[in-house]
Write a protein that binds this ligand. Structure first.
Ligand SMILES: [Zn+2]
Length: 169
């Protein structure tokens, strides 16, 4: 068997298998090999409630690391997932409340959000780190580190996101 060829994911920069297949829903947002790793992470979360508590942050982080090309859908996605991270990290809200407020964010900001230029396409923490977790505790810890790192990398846009998040409260 030949070794799989590895390429950097076009969204997050993770070293992933060069393969055909489905990717994240937005054009040019991520590579199929990265989507496959994310699928393994989600499978753990859906198969065991012990892996599930940070699912909200997991979804937010994957979306923010894979912004895609500017379209009304991708602009909304990145803005709203960053608002969710802000509500989580800076307002310490529980995930159920964040999810509730995200619905409000979509409704309140339809068509009024701006494209945020991604600060990087190569992150220090990616799906490759999260997927290696061997226990639920390790998994939850890596999801939080992955999310926190991503929120910090998007610091150039915090000044835009903070008032949007605060307006939902
Ligand atoms: Zn990726």
């Amino acid at each position: 068997m030949t070794e799989p060829v590895l390429i950097p994911c076009i969204g997050c920069g993770a070293s992933v298998v060069d393969m055909d297949g489905p990717a994240f829903r937005y054009p040019n947002s991520g590579s199929p090999g990265c989507w496959a790793v994310y699928g393994e992470i989600l499978a753990k979360e859906f198969q065991s409630p012990l892996y599930f508590p940070e699912h909200r942050l997991c979804v937010d982080t994957y979306a923010v690391q894979h912004p895609g090309d500017p379209t009304p859908q991708t602009i909304q996605s990145v803005n709203v997932h960053l608002m969710a991270m802000c509500l989580t990290f800076e307002h310490n809200l529980p995930s159920q409340q964040v999810t509730f407020l995200m619905a409000r964010a979509v409704k309140a900001n339809k068509g009024h959000l701006a494209w945020l230029e991604p600060p990087t396409f190569s992150y220090e923490i990616t799906v490759n780190d999260v997927v290696k977790a061997q226990t639920p505790a390790e998994h939850l810890d890596w999801v939080r580190r992955w999310a926190r790192h991503t929120w910090e990398v998007w610091q150039p846009h915090h000044a835009v996101i903070r008032p949007l998040a605060a307006s939902l409260l």
